[in-house]
Design a protein around this ligand. Structure first.
Ligand SMILES: O=C(O)[C@H](O)[C@H](O)COP(=O)(O)O
Ligand SMILES: [Mg+2]
Length: 302
């Protein structure tokens, strides 16, 4: 097996040469740019520097809790220059995929386990939905009489949901179990979520009870590392894959996304994946480059 070596960008010369190699950067958000409301050190300066060099920046996040507009408000709140067309969240990509790829029927509904990011983006695409916040209060007793099949539910879409509960699982299970034509979609499959210098259960772990109960894998997972998200981006921006680099904190989503898309990849060590994982002899996913933090590029600013 040929061992791929990842290049660690430790010197200013190496960092400058790296930046000059690319015209477009796809930037992951959680664990790269910020941890929730805290922008990581040096990231403001680095993003400003990339823009000053005329680089195309695209923000590509598996986080489905916010719509593009809500993300734009977050970028503005945190003092980061961004434009709505540069933002690709898994909620937007899921609504785009349902509308433009699956041609989801207008007389059908989507049952949502997830938050306003998903419901706002579905509404923006004119797709009917039920569930989400309406089911934030779970069953109070073992009375299941109100949980019945609904042939109008054409898909179950599961994303990150702080209010996930038994009622939501029972409804989603019933729609999928009673109707083999009901689509089972995940916004993304991240097993963990980076926060507060640690990791917590992520969307993939929230959807796992449904996968187990149904004994069925999702019909489609939209977010990184899967093609639907990348197709959406490449089609919209006609990127030159040879001059494009994905920057992320997670090997099995961000770096695999770059590999799947035939674009270069840079791993940062401020989120989920660690240096020892890419240095291991049996490393299966190896980025082209890696650096301690996106903010470290601030050292080359003239
Ligand atoms: O659990 C999740 O959904 C993910 O951990 C989270 O959303 C990752 O977001 P990203 O790192 O792609 O910005
Ligand atoms: Mg991340």
């Amino acid at each position: 097996m040929t061992t791929t070596i990842s290049i660690k960008l430790e010197t200013d010369v190496a960092r400058r040469e790296f930046i000059d190699k690319f015209d477009a950067f796809l930037l992951d958000c959680d664990g790269v740019i910020w941890e929730e409301e805290i922008v990581l050190p040096g990231v403001h300066e680095t993003l400003k520097y990339l823009r000053s060099k005329g680089k195309q920046l695209l923000f590509v996040t598996n986080n489905s809790t916010r719509s593009r507009d809500a993300y734009l408000a977050k970028f503005q709140r945190l003092g980061i220059e961004a434009y709505v067309d540069e933002i690709f969240g898994s909620a937007y990509a899921s609504a785009y995929y349902l509308k433009n790829v699956l041609d989801f029927p207008s007389d059908k509904k989507v049952y949502v386990i997830g938050e306003s990011g998903i419901t706002d983006e579905l509404a923006a695409e004119g797709i009917q939905y039920i569930g989400s916040a309406a089911d934030n209060e779970s069953l109070k007793s073992m009375d299941f009489s109100k949980i019945v099949p609904d042939p109008e539910v054409g898909a179950v879409l599961c994303g990150f949901d702080l209010y996930v509960n038994y009622l939501k699982f029972a409804k989603a299970f019933t729609y999928l179990h009673s109707n083999p034509n009901c689509l089972f979609l995940l916004t993304n499959n991240d097993t963990t979520y980076p926060a507060n210098g640690s990791i917590f259960p992520g969307t993939g772990s929230l959807a796992a009870p449904l996968v187990t109960a149904l004994n069925r894998k999702p019909h489609c997972v939209i977010g990184k590392p899967n093609k639907p998200m990348l197709d959406c981006i490449v089609k919209k921006f006609h990127l030159d894959v040879k001059r494009t680099c994905m920057i992320g904190d997670r090997l099995d989503t961000d770096i695999q996304f770059g590999i799947n898309g035939g674009i270069s990849s840079l791993l940062v060590l401020t989120g989920v994946s660690q240096e020892k994982e890419i240095l291991a002899n049996d490393a299966s996913i190896v980025p082209d480059y890696y650096i301690k933090s996106l903010g470290d590029f601030a050292t080359i600013i003239e």
